[in-house]
Design a protein around this ligand. Structure first.
Ligand code: ZN
Length: 224
């Protein structure tokens, strides 16, 4: 069970996480891609973004970067931003704190970034408390659901167009599990928002570093 649109009440309960870019009425959408980079899909994503002069944010699994370092280089050279998504895509709820932090640090050797997104959106309170001291922890307000085998590509497309608004942070995956759906929806979504006059920008620590605080609990949200 997961929520496509993160309710405002949950966003307010966890104010030290970044759910969307506030205080903007500018037509800007923040596309994010988790779990790559992989040679089968990430270069294609970069091509699609380039067609629209779109910038995005890639939350990379350290182990993939270790295997395909040139893809990280290519992503950064194209003007996108990157973030830490742990070395081995660990589930915080199922991980002890010390090994979890070790895995984040291991990823940090591959991915130099102060942006972090927890796999599955799951952090225990102590993990959240520690990580928000060291990182801008980036969640989302809209999930495409591209990771969900129960959803069609059309469902995922509709999830985005029905829920995204200026300042939204939208989640996709450059993973094999999401590949078919992403190949179907990404070009359509880029065209849809470009036609509406939106820009696509990368998240940066400077953009996000406007809040700090301590998180008391973890949200009941899930992504892949
Ligand atoms: Zn993930």
């Amino acid at each position: 069970m997961y929520l496509i649109k993160t309710p405002r009440v949950i966003q307010k309960l966890f104010p030290s996480f970044h759910w969307r870019v506030e205080a903007t009425d500018n037509p800007v959408i923040y596309l994010t891609f988790d779990d790559g980079p992989i040679p089968q899909l990430t270069p294609w994503v970069l091509e699609q973004l380039a067609h629209f002069n779109a910038k995005a944010t890639f939350f990379c699994v350290g182990n993939n970067v270790r295997r395909y370092p040139e893809l990280l280089t290519q992503t950064l050279a194209a003007g996108h931003s990157v973030g830490n998504h742990t070395m081995h895509h660990l589930d915080g709820w199922k991980s002890d704190n010390v090994p979890y932090f070790h895995d984040v640090r291991h990823c940090a050797l591959q991915v130099k970034s102060s942006l972090f997104r927890p796999p599955y959106g799951r952090l225990k309170p102590a993990q959240a408390q520690f990580l928000t001291r060291h990182y801008e922890v980036v969640m989302w307000d809209v999930l495409s659901g591209d990771f969900d085998p129960e959803l069609t590509a059309e469902d995922c497309y509709q999830n985005v167009v029905r829920n995204a608004s200026p300042g939204s942070i939208v989640v996709f995956h450059d993973s094999l599990k999401a590949e078919d759906k992403l190949r179907s929806i990404l070009p359509r979504l880029l065209q849809y928002y470009a036609d509406l006059g939106y820009r696509f920008e990368a998240l940066t620590p400077e953009l996000l570093a406007q809040k700090d605080g301590i998180t008391a609990n973890t949200p009941q949200l899930q992504t892949a």
